[in-house]
Design a protein around this ligand. Sequence first.
Ligand code: TXA
Ligand code: MG
Length: 324
Amino acid sequence: MPARIHPPTPTNLRRLAAALRRGELVAVPTETVYGLAAHALDPRACRAIFRAKGRPARDPLIVHVLDLAHAERLAVFNPAARRLARRFWPGPLTLVLPKQPCVPGVVTAGGATVALRAPAHPLARRLLRLAKIPLAAPSANLFGYISPTEAAHVVDGLGRRIRHVLDGGACPVGVESTILDLTNPARPRILRPGAVTAATLAKFLGRPVGQAPRQAAKGRLLAPGMLARHYSPRTPLVIRNPRGRRPHGVAGIFLRKPAGPTGRDIYWLSERGALAEIARNLYRVLRAADQGGHRQIWIEALPVAAGGLAVALHDRLRRAAASG
Ligand code: TXA
Ligand code: MG
């Protein structure tokens, strides 16, 4: 039975909350991307997430909660983590902290820390309130492929592997949350850049915020971003100026709508180049280009020097374009 896309009616929300409590999987919209949610304290339910995604068991899950009070039941907070949660939750910031004993090992891939965030999306919050359980939820895509930002994207990848998708329309942020490792509060480290930037965090904390090494040592996994290749289309993707003369069969993705005539091998990420709009559109356009039957895709480089969201977008593009 293929997955059903459920409109967010009160009845559907109640039914989906009950399904989650029973240990079933439900794909849920968040402000960043769609998550594949399951009861975080039910190891069997969490194992089903790994099966559905084809995700290696050594890659831990993010747990979604309503607020700081709920989060403190799952992780040991330090004062810096508490201040961050009060300031940035609900929102696209994930905190990595020492886990409490109640968090099953399958969620943390056997590790002593857990990643937590309170999502801002109203539908994710309504489900959390109705289900009254923490929800483990990685992005709702097949492992390694582009994250879904619309219900139809979830069905494209997982349609034969899960039963329920809650429809929340397009995700307003469009790239995954910032992951901040706070296990040592004296040395906060970003494991994955996102909409909450390093500069914002450093200013708020009043201390430098480090970046995790680009690649984890000896096959160890720090965060998904630590896999060189991730978020990838199947069509080879190259970061290269698409204005140049493209060989036949090579599509171009522009940051802003190009002037002049456009064709079916030309895509763009925004009308005028605004970063928030580029972020919202990036994964949808990558998917469209991937399914366009092209031999190769050239995508314009992000202005990383602009800082802010450009850093997160550049990070995703670099990984999407990595070969192998
Ligand atoms: O915006 C988001 O974060 C979305 C939405 C659904 O919330 N979720 C998401 O999940 O991007 P996922 O699984 O695709 O990426 C989360 C990554 C994991 O792959 C894992 O490597 C990292 O977070 N992670 C989870 N627990 C961790 C931990 N204890 N220590 C370090 N990294 C962890
Ligand atoms: Mg993911």
